[in-house]
Ligand binder design. Structure first.
Ligand SMILES: Nc1ncnc2c1ncn2[C@@H]1O[C@H](COP(=O)(O)OP(=O)(O)OP(=O)(O)O)[C@@H](O)[C@H]1O
Ligand SMILES: [Mg+2]
Length: 231
C-alpha cells in the first residue's frame, strides 16, 4: 500500500533521513521505532507531503505521491495524527472534529463511530480542547483523523506524555481501528508498546533503518532489548 524507496531528507546542511526504504502492506500495523532525533517525525511529514525529500520516492497504491501537496495526500486516503496532536486548543471538541473531516461530508455515522471508540469525547463535545487531559487530546486527534475516513493512518508518538495505563488504552484502540479495516503506520519512542501491537517494525537510528522484522522478533531481539527496552 505504502512503498518508500531510498528516501533522503535534509534540513539545510543536516541530513535527517539517509536513503531509507520501507513498506506498509494493506491491513498491517507497522511501527517505526527510534530515539529522539532518529528521523521518525521527518519520515511521516515527508509521506504526508509536508516536507520535500532531496531524493527517493513515496508510492501509495502504486502511485508516486512524492511531490503531492498535503491536502491531495489526505484525499487519497492517508491521514496523519501529528506529534503533540495538533489540536486547536481554543476550539471545542466538536469544532475540532468538524475541521478534521473537512475533505469529506461528515455523517452522523462518522460521529457515532468516533464516539463509540471514545465515549468520553461524547460527554465533552462542548469543552474547549485545550482543557482536555493529554489522553483525551490524543483521543480527539485520532478521532479527527478517523473522520477523514483514511485507508492508512499515520500516528506520530501517540504515547507522548501519557501514563502507562492511558497509553495501553490508546494502543488497544489503535488495534481496534486496525481490525475494522484501517492500515496503520505508527511512530514511537515507546518501543515496548509499539512492538506489542505491530505486525512488522523498523528500527531507525540517526536517519537510517538498521533493523526490521515482525513485532515479536524485534521484541525478542537482544540489540533492541538493550537499546530500546532498557534491559
Ligand atoms: N525544522 C528543522 N530544522 C532543522 N533540523 C531539523 C528540523 N526538524 C528536525 N530536524 C532535525 O532532524 C533530525 C530528525 O528529527 P525528527 O524530528 O524527525 O526526529 P524524531 O525521530 O521524530 O525525534 P523525536 O523522537 O524527538 O520526536 C534531528 O536531528 C532534528 O534535530
Ligand atoms: Mg518526532
Amino acid at each position: 500500500m505504502l512503498d518508500i524507496q531510498n528516501l533522503s531528507v535534509n534540513y539545510g546542511p543536516i541530513q535527517a533521513l539517509k536513503n531509507i526504504s520501507l513498506r506498509v502492506d494493506e491491513g498491517e500495523i507497522v511501527a517505526l521505532i527510534g530515539c529522539n532525533g532518529a528521523g521518525k517525525t521527518t519520515t511521516l511529514r515527508t509521506i504526508s507531503g509536508l516536507l520535500r525529500p532531496a531524493s527517493g520516492q513515496v508510492q501509495f497504491d502504486g502511485k508516486d505521491i512524492t511531490r503531492e501537496k498535503p491536502h491531495e495526500v489526505v484525499r487519497r486516503g492517508l491521514s496523519h495524527v501529528p506529534e503533540r496532536r495538533g489540536i486547536f486548543a481554543n476550539l471545542t471538541v466538536h469544532e475540532n472534529l468538524i475541521v478534521g473531516a473537512y475533505t469529506r461530508k461528515i455523517t452522523e455515522q462518522g460521529f457515532d463511530e468516533v464516539y463509540g471508540l471514545f465515549p468520553i469525547l461524547k460527554e465533552r463535545t462542548k469543552q474547549v480542547a485545550g482543557t482536555l487531559s493529554g489522553g483525551e487530546q490524543q483521543m480527539l486527534a485520532i478521532s479527527r483523523a478517523l473522520l477523514a475516513k483514511p485507508r492508512l493512518m499515520l500516528l506520530d508518538e501517540p504515547s507522548l506524555g501519557l501514563a502507562p495505563q492511558i497509553t495501553q488504552s490508546i494502543f488497544n484502540t489503535i488495534r481496534t481501528i486496525n481490525k475494522s479495516g484501517t492500515t496503520v503506520m505508527l511512530v514511537e519512542q515507546n518501543a515496548n508498546a509499539a512492538l506489542k501491537i505491530a505486525d512488522r517494525a523498523y528500527v531507525l537510528e540517526v536517519g537510517e533503518t538498521v533493523l526490521s522484522g515482525s513485532g515479536s522478533e524485534l521484541l525478542n531481539n537482544d540489540e533492541v532489548r538493550k537499546a530500546y527496552l532498557g534491559e
